[in-house]
Design a protein around this ligand. Structure first.
Ligand code: LLP
Length: 416
């Protein structure tokens, strides 16, 4: 479900015609629906209400402060992966005890700040990292908490770049080593190991891989208990897939029905870290057609949004539906490409696209997650503006960059 629908042949975001937004704010433009954003969060919370799971929205999916604030106001915690994300989380007033911090490469400074701020726990990805956290906490005279990120070695059945729970991936700690670490838990005087964490990948459309991973950790938790090691939290990560084309992903309720009994059996407090499920279909990227170029072999629809605005097609071959803002029934096969000087700069390849002409607009659908947050200034292009719509109201939640922004931190080299 989302709030981008055609009414009388025009694409609307809630009650506002998208074409009016494009004309008013310019393109490329990220547009978010407040209602869709809230709805997805609430659906997930409802599905997991029996175990009152804490939903820590994964900031990396879309880290705009306005988006974070909406979710924090609804009671979400946040899943962070850097000092920058911690800064954002605190800036929107997320209580520190609702922040969990993953990443294989946390720096000393990032660890120190997170300890000082009193986050709920770190998701620890290696023994050297655990030792580092212990040492830094000792220097700060604090006791801090960690969950061990388990690499459960399961196949997530998704794109290989976004699979994280196979033993060949850089993430987490295998069960044997995790066990050894847990046996040594009292050696880490400034760290309390309070839980386990898993995150097996992203855009996972069926429940089986989640179930397999949770079963493995649930068994592990039972083994730990039999050895007198008791924990407080199980963090089951994110990864819930959404509809980009014709996927039929599990709904929040189906997912919950499958995993809640397993989670209940652990007796632990449950945390989850969804990103894409909450924000993916709450956003679109609107781009303007600059030129139609017909070559002997192909038709190219050249638009003003490129791989710097949405890198998913270039990076993963990801599919995003592309719709005209004003419905056109005639379609033609074309590549939709951006202005960037790379052949990998495409939004769609060999796609039946509405027969648009110069000056028309296209909406790249499902661009709310890993869209703006992965955007860049490549080719010295200005990063796009972002707006949020609620019913008849629109707010700019990020101004379009200016040329001054582009060179703000650059200094000329002085030989002497
Ligand atoms: N927790 C951890 C530890 C993660 O690494 C991630 C995503 C999440 C939660 C949230 O996962 P989600 O619910 O959004 O699937 N750029 C890629 C996706 C990379 C995901 C990275 N980790 C894409 O555009 O498909």
């Amino acid at each position: 479900m989302h709030d981008f629908v055609y009414k009388n042949k025009n694409l609307f975001c809630e009650n506002i015609k998208v074409q009016d937004l494009a004309a008013r704010f310019g393109t490329p433009l990220h547009i978010y629906s407040y209602n869709t954003l809230m709805d997805h969060f609430i659906k997930l919370r409802k599905a997991f209400s029996a175990i009152q799971a804490l939903i820590c929205y994964s900031v990396k999916a879309n880290s705009n402060l306005a988006i974070l604030k909406v979710l924090v106001n609804l009671g979400a915690g946040l899943d962070i992966v850097s000092g920058g994300e911690l800064f954002r989380a605190l800036k929107v007033g997320c209580p520190a005890n609702k922040i969990v911090y993953a990443s294989v490469g946390k720096t000393e400074a990032e660890i120190a700040t997170a300890i000082t701020e009193g986050i709920l726990f770190f998701n620890v990805e290696s023994l050297p990292e655990l030792m580092s956290i212990d040492r830094i906490a000792c220097q700060l005279g604090k006791i801090t908490r960690v969950a061990i990120r388990i690499n459960p070695d399961v196949e997530a059945k998704t794109h290989k770049f976004i699979t994280t729970g196979k033993i060949t991936n850089k993430f987490g700690i295998d069960l044997n080593n995790a066990y050894k670490i847990l046996l040594l838990r009292n050696k880490f005087r400034n760290v309390k190991i309070c839980g386990l964490h898993i995150h097996i990948g992203s855009q996972i459309t069926e429940s089986a891989p989640f179930v397999a991973a949770i079963k493995k950790v649930a068994d592990f938790i039972r083994k730990l208990e039999s050895k007198g090691i008791s924990l407080e939290y199980l963090n089951i990560g994110g990864g819930l897939g959404i509809i980009y084309a014709n996927e039929a992903p599990q709904t929040a309720q189906v997912y919950a029905n499958e995993v809640v009994p397993l989670l209940k059996s652990t007796g632990l407090k449950i945390i989850m870290e969804p990103g894409r499920f909450i924000v993916g279909n709450a956003g679109i990227l609107v781009t303007k057609v600059l030129y139609i170029k017909n070559t002997p072999k192909k038709k190219f629809v050249i638009v003003d949004g490129g791989m710097n605005d949405l890198i998913r097609p270039a990076l993963y071959g990801a599919y995003h539906n592309i719709l005209p803002l004003r419905k056109i029934s005639k379609t033609e096969k074309a590549d939709v490409v951006g202005p960037i000087c790379e052949s990998g700069d495409f939004l769609a390849k060999e796609r039946l696209i509405a027969n648009v002409k110069e000056g028309d607009y296209l909406a790249v659908m499902s661009a709310g997650a890993y869209g703006f947050s992965m955007s860049s200034n490549y080719n010295s292009r200005l990063r796009a503006a972002e707006v949020m719509v609620s019913k008849n109201k629109v707010c700019v939640i990020r101004k379009r960059e200016t040329y001054a922004d582009l060179v703000r931190n650059e200094l000329l080299f002085k030989a002497k």
